[in-house]
Design a protein around this ligand. Structure first.
Ligand code: 2P0
Length: 355
C-alpha cells in the first residue's frame, strides 16, 4: 500500500424489487436456499431504493456499518458472509489520481466502513433488505475490484437476504432455486430488461410504515416447520406458475400476469394463515384494497390492476397502463380520502424498472 492517509470510497444505488411469484421458505437457512423459484419486478430507483457508500482506509481498525444514520452490529452471519465472499474475490486496485495502490493480498488486512440509507420505511414489508444487501454487495464488489458477473454477485447477495439476489438486475427477474447443496446454482437471471413492458405502472399504497411483528426470516422458518400447504405450493403449484408467469411477461399478457400475481400473493398469505401459530401480515385496509381491485377488475371484464402484498400490510398495485393507474388512484382517493383518518397514509407511484 502506498501512503497511509487515504480513503477510497464507492457509492452505489439499488432499487428494491417486488415478487409476483413469491419466495417463502428455505431449505437451507445458512446459505439462504429457497424451496421454490420466484419472479420479481425491479422498481424504479427514484422511488424505493437504498444508497450505500463503502469506504476503505488503512486508518480503519475494524469493519463498521451505519444504517439510516445509526450504527448497527456486523456480528452475525449475513453481513459477515457477504463481506467474506467479496473479500475472497478482491483483486488489485490502483487509483493513480489519488496515489492509492492496493494489492490483492492487502485486502485481508484492510477494514471497511459502510453507510447505507433507505429512502423508504425499513422492515415494513417493502423489501428493504433486498435493496440493502444487493447494494452492499454491488458497492463492495466495485470497491474491491471484484471481477465476477452479476449472476455470481447475485448468489453472494442471496447470502445476505434471499430476495436481494433479484435486485442486482432491472426489469423482470427470476431467482432460480438451484439444486446444488453448496448453493452455487441458486442465483438470479434477468428475464426481460427494464425497457420491456414499460407501460406498466406500479403504485404502492403505504398502509403502515411500522416495522412488522414477525420478520420474514422467522415467519418462513415457522411456515416450513408447520404448514402442509407450503409443501404443496413449493412442489406442485409454483413450478407450473413460474412457467406461466414467464410466458405472460414475454407476451405482455396482462390478464394472465394479473391473475397469476394476485393468486400467488393470496396463496402466500394463505400459507401464513396455515402456519402455527398463524401469521397475519395483511390488515383490514389491505383486505379492503383487495376487494376494491377485485370488484373493479370483474366489472371491467378484464383486469386493469394486479395487487400483491409482501410480509406486511402495504399494497403493491400494478396497473396495466397510465390510464388504469390514474383510475386506480381516483378510486383509492375516493375510498381512503386524505385527512379522513383512514389507515392509508401515502402513495408512492412510479414506472417500473431501471437500474
Ligand atoms: C419475496 N418475501 O419473494 C418474498 C415474498 C416476502 C414475501 O423475500 O430471510 O427478506 O432475508 O431471505 O428476502 C422477504 O424475505 O428473507 C421476501 P431472508 P427476505 O420477495
Amino acid at each position: 500500500m502506498v501512503g497511509q492517509k487515504w480513503v477510497r470510497l464507492v457509492t452505489a444505488q439499488t432499487p428494491t424489487n417486488i415478487a409476483v411469484i413469491k419466495y417463502w421458505g428455505k431449505r437451507d437457512e445458512t446459505l439462504i436456499l429457497p424451496v421454490n423459484d420466484s419472479i420479481s419486478v425491479t422498481l424504479d430507483p427514484n422511488h424505493l431504493c437504498t444508497t450505500t457508500t463503502v469506504a476503505v482506509s488503512p486508518a480503519f481498525d475494524r469493519d463498521r456499518m451505519w444504517l439510516n444514520g445509526k450504527e448497527i452490529s456486523l456480528v452475525g452471519g449475513r453481513y459477515q458472509n457477504c463481506l467474506r465472499e467479496i473479500r475472497k474475490r478482491a483483486t488489485d486496485v490502483e487509483d493513480k489520481e489519488k496515489g492509492i495502490k492496493i494489492a490483492k493480498n492487502d485486502w485481508e488486512n484492510l477494514h471497511v466502513h459502510i453507510a447505507s440509507h433507505n429512502n423508504f420505511p425499513t422492515a415494513a414489508g417493502l423489501a428493504s433488505s433486498a435493496a440493502g444487501f444487493a447494494c452492499l454487495v454491488f458497492a463492495l464488489a466495485k470497491l474491491m475490484n471484484v471481477r465476477e458477473d452479476e449472476g455470481k454477485l447475485s448468489s453472494i447477495a442471496r447470502q445476505g437476504s434471499g430476495s436481494a439476489c433479484r435486485s442486482l438486475y432491472g426489469g423482470f427477474v427470476k431467482w432460480i432455486m438451484g439444486n446444488n447443496e453448496d448453493g452455487s446454482d441458486s442465483l438470479a437471471v434477468q428475464l426481460a430488461d427494464e425497457k420491456h413492458w414499460d407501460d406498466l405502472v406500479i403504485l404502492i399504497a403505504v398502509v403502515s410504515s411500522r416495522q412488522k411483528e414477525t420478520s420474514s426470516t422467522s415467519g418462513m422458518r415457522e411456515s416450513v416447520e408447520t404448514s402442509l400447504l407450503l409443501k404443496h405450493r413449493a412442489q406442485e403449484i409454483v413450478p407450473k406458475r413460474v412457467v406461466q408467469m414467464e410466458e405472460a411477461i414475454k407476451n405482455k399478457d396482462f390478464p394472465s400476469f394479473a391473475s397469476l400475481t394476485c393468486a400467488d400473493s393470496n396463496q402466500f398469505h394463505a400459507i401464513c394463515l396455515d402456519t402455527s401459530p398463524p401469521i397475519f401480515y395483511m390488515n383490514d385496509t389491505s383486505h379492503k384494497i383487495i376487494s376494491i381491485v377485485e370488484k373493479w377488475n370483474r366489472a371491467e371484464g378484464t383486469p386493469q390492476v394486479a395487487y400483491t402484498f409482501d410480509a406486511g400490510p402495504n399494497a403493491v398495485l400494478i396497473a396495466h397502463d397510465r390510464k388504469a393507474a390514474s383510475e386506480l388512484l381516483k378510486r383509492l382517493l375516493f375510498y381512503f380520502p386524505p385527512g379522513a383518518g383512514t389507515d392509508l397514509n401515502s402513495y408512492v407511484i412510479g414506472d417500473k424498472s431501471i437500474l
